[in-house]
Design a protein around this ligand. Structure first.
Ligand code: HEC
Ligand SMILES: [Ca+2]
Ligand SMILES: [Ca+2]
Length: 124
């Protein structure tokens, strides 16, 4: 089992590497949840990330790149921008929203999560 897991992870890493700069998803907290779309859906968060020297910082966490009213840090579950590359992803991946998608933001509206999830999936 351990061996299978190791091989699986290595395969994932190799597949990721073949994607050019696939390692970028590891440069922001919970980057793997929305993968490339974290930066490239509208490239608003990607732009801010690039302008900020391609680093996750408190300043980048405080910005609201997609303009949906939630900071990048809130969307990626690291509101204060304290996460560093190599740290485990903070929070529950199911709570992550896309900082590059104005139609995807935390569900604190009291809307039924099931139907909200379906609405969100239309925009993915
Ligand atoms: C954390 C943000 C981020 C993530 C995640 C990310 N990118 Fe990018 N990407 C950028 C930025 C910033 C640039 C422009 C600057 C640069 O080229 O380094 C860029 C540029 C690119 C380019 C233009 C050519 C190049 O390499 O410069 C391609 C193609 C690309 N990304 C594809 C992808 C794919 C495919 C993924 C997912 C495997 C991905 N990106 C994930 C931020 C990101
Ligand atoms: Ca936002
Ligand atoms: Ca968003």
């Amino acid at each position: 089992m351990l061996r299978f897991t190791t091989i699986f992870v290595l395969t994932l890493l190799a597949a990721n590497g073949a994607f050019g700069h696939g390692g970028y998803v590891d440069l922001v907290p919970n980057g793997s949840v929305n993968s490339c779309n974290t930066c490239h859906l509208n490239f608003s968060f990607g732009q801010d990330f690039g302008d900020g020297d391609e680093q996750w910082t408190a300043a980048l966490a405080a910005m609201d790149s997609d303009g949906d009213g939630y900071s990048n840090g809130v969307e990626l579950l690291d509101p204060d921008g304290t996460w560093s590359v190599g740290d485990p992803d903070p929070g529950d991946p199911a709570d992550v929203t896309n900082p590059d998608d104005p139609d995807d933001f935390p569900d604190d509206t009291g809307v039924d999560p099931a139907s909200f999830g379906k609405t969100k999936s239309v925009f993915r």
